[in-house]
Design a binder for this molecule. Structure first.
Ligand code: FUL
Length: 518
């Protein structure tokens, strides 16, 4: 039975006034962050709006986050012991005793799999805290684990520092254990206190992840979360941390299948940040089935932008679990996604202008299982082998209206090719160093300049001299990867057919999938 559907009906949306104030506060704070927000005035023409959209850029924290490409979740907590996905807060926490817990193993495996930042579920909806919070008794301090002296959050943050990767926290606003949940004023103060503990006792925090779930407390009421105050607190205590999902920096892609949109704009009309829409989607399997409407949903096309009051940089994060559930369940030990599954997910998330947040749940002994580890490492090997050699390296590059063609093959995402004058289309021809075989195209825009490309086509020259389409697409953004049946040729050309301003293309790559195309 689907646990999410079972638990459905407990959600409420933030009331309109709260949403408005969230947006106002966000607008004010982001406007100051040089260029990741722009106001559309009543006198702006369609051309003005598109030009403005082309110049919205990520904030420094959004840029750092985007470049991570692959991050991981560790879903771990009392659910790991009760074998549930969502606890009700009444669990007997004396069950929590992960005798072999080794956060260094978790982080080492993640790091070896190419993960650049991890997020620990410090508190899930059941309210059990993985750190010894002084504001509740429902935490590790009252469990047999390490005689109540343990702190999972500390072990994970220490391991992240040791292995040189980022550290983030998931703190569920919905707390099914708290007796004061339902009383907005008291609960918000409690939540702020817990957030403060996490943001002050564990060194640098790089991401704070809020889910939007909100149910009724013991008093039969649903509290109104004070997101404004939480954002302000995070900005004050951890100014470089991105605030994800129910937050201003990063948006949920809209599926939990690892599949992002084929057309994925990071510049969106300001109303896309309405917290209630995000909350509604993140809890409803039906509305967000992988092939469902959300995949077709147009978030950032020209038509959508033209009616906007403002535009923001609001990039997509694609979260998915390596197993069917978010928490570890022994019966799913044989259902770990294979290296091939993970590679497909890599292409449909990182390769679609999104960041991949891959969940790797430790088991109740406190370790990541062997199957998960082996599949992760085999996946990483495939990625490394696939992208080791760019078949376009050493190619002669010609573009009739192009500037700085050398940037396309310099391996850097902060230098770019662009066009002369105000040209928004171009053709770039690559004379490869001899005949090459490839089945993957990589494109990257220099997002420091914005996201601009709207349509592109890759063609190859056939033996008879005619050109044939290899693949085509719409948005590029930070990274776009496309797979196609293998092609062997000595010449390719990339045609950028539409762009919101001069295209600013950072990288061009042709690769061959490790093990060949299927
Ligand atoms: C959801 C939660 O309800 C799930 O349990 C999980 O934590 C997922 C990442 O977010 O909204």
């Amino acid at each position: 039975m689907n646990k999410r559907k079972q638990a459905g009906g407990v959600l409420v949306f933030l009331p309109g006034a709260a949403i408005l104030s969230v947006i106002l506060i966000l607008s004010v704070s982001v406007r100051a962050q040089n260029g990741n927000y722009v106001v559309i005035g009543p006198s702006d023409s369609a051309a003005d709006i598109i030009r403005k959209a082309a110049h919205v850029v990520p904030s420094a924290r959004q840029l750092r986050w985007q470049k991570l490409e692959v991050t991981a979740f560790f879903h771990f907590g009392i659910n790991t012991f009760t074998n549930h996905e969502w606890g009700d807060g009444k669990e007997d926490i004396s069950q929590f005793n992960p005798e072999k817990l080794d956060a260094r193993q978790w982080v080492r495996i993640a790091r070896d799999a190419g993960v650049r930042q991890v997020i620990i579920t410090a508190k899930h909806h059941d309210g059990f805290c993985l750190w010894p919070s002084q504001y509740t008794e429902h935490s590790v301090k009252n469990t047999p684990w390490k005689n109540g002296k343990g702190d999972v959050v500390k072990e994970v943050s220490d391991a992240c520092r040791e292995y040189g990767i980022g550290f983030g926290v998931y703190l569920s606003p919905w707390d099914r254990n708290s007796a004061i949940y339902g009383d907005s004023e008291k609960y918000n103060a409690y939540f702020e206190n817990q957030l403060t503990e996490l943001l002050t006792n564990y060194g640098r925090v790089d991401e704070v992840w809020f889910d939007g779930a909100n149910g009724e407390g013991p008093n039969g009421k649903k509290p109104v979360y004070d997101f404004d105050a939480w954002y302000a607190l995070i900005r004050r205590l951890q100014p470089t941390a991105t605030i994800a999902i129910m937050g201003p920096d990063v948006r949920w892609v809209g599926t939990e299948s690892g599949v992002g949109r084929l057309t994925e704009w990071s510049v969106l009309p300001v109303d896309s940040r309405l917290q209630e829409k995000i909350a509604a989607g993140s809890q409803t399997d039906v509305a967000f089935a992988p092939q469902g409407d959300m995949m077709k949903e147009d978030l950032g096309s020209r038509a959508r932008l033209l009616t906007a009051k403002g535009l923001i940089w609001y990039p997509a994060e694609t979260d998915v679990s390596i197993r069917p559930g978010w928490f570890h369940h022994p019966e799913e030990d044989e259902k770990v996604k294979t290296p091939e599954d993970l590679l497909t997910i890599y292409f449909s998330s990182v390769g679609r202008n999104s960041l991949l947040l891959l969940n790797i749940p430790p088991d109740k002994s406190g370790l990541i299982g062997k199957n998960d580890e082996l599949n992760l490492l085999a996946w990483k090997k495939k990625i490394d082998e696939t992208f080791a050699v760019n078949r376009a390296w050493g190619a002669g590059i010609h573009s009739f209206n192009g500037l700085n063609t050398a940037a396309l093959l310099d391996g850097r995402d902060d230098t770019h090719f662009t066009t002369k004058g105000s040209d928004t289309t171009t053709q770039i021809e690559f004379t490869l160093k001899g005949e090459k075989t490839f089945d993957v195209l990589l494109l990257q825009e220099d997002i420091r300049a914005g996201q601009r490309i709207e349509r592109f086509v890759l063609e190859y020259r056939q033996r008879d001299g005619s050109w044939k389409t290899v693949t085509e697409g719409t948005t590029v953004g930070y990274k776009r990867l496309l797979q196609f049946p293998a092609v062997t040729t000595g010449k390719v050309r990339l045609r950028i057919e539409s762009s919101r301003s001069n295209p600013t293309l950072a990288e061009f790559g042709l690769y061959e999938l490790a093990g060949g195309s299927e």
